[in-house]
Design a protein around this ligand. Sequence first.
Ligand code: S3P
Length: 446
Amino acid sequence: MTARRAGPLTGRARVPGDKSISHRALILGALTVGETTITGLLEGEDVQHTAQAMRALGADIQRTIDGEGQVIWRVRGVGVGGFAAPEKPLDFGNSGTGCRLAMGAVAGAGVLATFRGDASLSSRPMARVLAPLAKMGARVIEAADGGRLPVTLQGAAEPYPIVYEPPVASAQLKSAVLLAGLAAPGETTVIEPTATRDHTERMLKHFGAKISVKHTGVNDIGRRIVLQGQPELEAAPVLVPADPSSAAFPLVAALIVPGSDIVLEAVMTNPLRTGLLTTLKEMGAQIETVNANSDGGEEVADLRVKAGPLKGVEVPAERAPSMIDEYPVLAVAAAFAEGQTIMRGLRELRVKESDRLEATVQMLRVNGVEAAVEGDNLIVTGKGATLGRAAGGGSVTTHMDHRIAMSALVMGLASEQPVAVDDAAFIATSFPGFAALMRLLGADLS
Ligand code: S3P
C-alpha cells in the first residue's frame, strides 16, 4: 500500500472498539455465569483469535445483530475455574495480549492447553508471564527456547494466591496474574511501581469481583491491587469505547497534513492511555476535548484536531506505559516538528509485534528523516515548517507489525514523496477498515 500527499483531512470518524477492552470482555465474559452482551467489540483478527480460544475452552460466543442493526456479541461463560480442556492448540495469531491473558485464565483452571501464534508472536517473550503463573501452581509442560511459543501449560486445579511485583511495567503481565488469581482462595496482590492500563481491574469490578486499587509512590504513579479470589462473577453488559491507540493514526495525520480539521468521536480517554495526547499538546498540537463523558466504566470524549506547527519535546520515561503503543506514530509527528524530540525509556518497544524501536528508526531513515536510538531512547530530528517536510519516497518494511504499517502510511500523507509499505495485511489485526476510514477523511491511499 502507498500513501501520497493530497488535500486536507476533514470530517468526522469513529475508529473501531478498543483492543484491550475487547480481549478482556471476551475472557471475563467466558469466566462469568450468565450472558454478557458486548457492544462495539473490535472485530479485528487479534480479538477474533481470543473469541475462538474462549469457545475452545467451553464458552458459547455468538455474534448477533439487534433490531436496530447493531452488532452485539453474546458470551455465555462457564464461571471461574469452569474451563474445559481444548481439543486443539489455541491459536492467537499475532496477538500478545490475547495469548498472555488467556494463559493467566488457563493457569487458574485445571486444564491442559497448548498456545501457539504466528512468526511474530512466536518470537516474543512468554517466560515473563509463565514465571508468576508457575508460582501460582501452573506447570509449563513444554515451551520453545527461552519460554517462547508454542507453550503447553497445565493449569492449577487449586491455584495459590501470590503477592507479585512485575519486573517490567506490563498490563498483560498484571492481567494474567489477576485472571489466574480469580480461581485462587484468598487475596492475590499485584504491586506496580508505575501504573499500567487498568482495564482488567475496572472490568473485574464491573462483573462484581472484590478488588481494591490503592495509589502509591510519588505523584501517585504506582498501584497496589488486591483481588479477592473465587468471586461469583455476574454477567454485565460491556460497551467498548473507540480505541485511542487506533485514533492515534488519523489524529497525527490531521496534525501534519496542512489545513486539516477533523473530529474523532467517542475516543476512550482513560488517563492511563492518554500519554500521546499529553505529549502532542506539549508539542503545540491543537487538540480540543469535547463531549467528555463516562461510558460503561471508561471515560470517553470527542477529539477535534487541527493541523498546525509542532515543536520537539522530551518525553519522560515514566510516561511510557500510558502511550506504549503510540511511539511509532509519535515519531512520525516528531519528524514534522521543529527540533529534536527525545523519547526516553523505550526498552519494551523491542518486544512488541516487531522490534519497534529499530523498525521505527528504519521507517524514518528510509524516508530521509534523521533518527537515532541511544540506549533505550529514541531521538528524532524534525525540520518543522521552516525547513520543509520529510522527504518520503521510501519503502518501509513492516515486520508483521500493524502499527509500523499505519505509522508509515500516515507519514506518506504529509511527506514530499509517497511512502510505501511492503505489507499492509497486518493492519487488520487491530484496525479493520483503516484505509477506508482514512480515505473518507480525504487521505490518498492506494
Ligand atoms: C496491552 C498491554 C500492552 C500493549 C498492548 C495491549 C493490554 O502490552 O502494548 O498492545 O491490553 O494489556 P504490555 O503489557 O506488554 O506492555
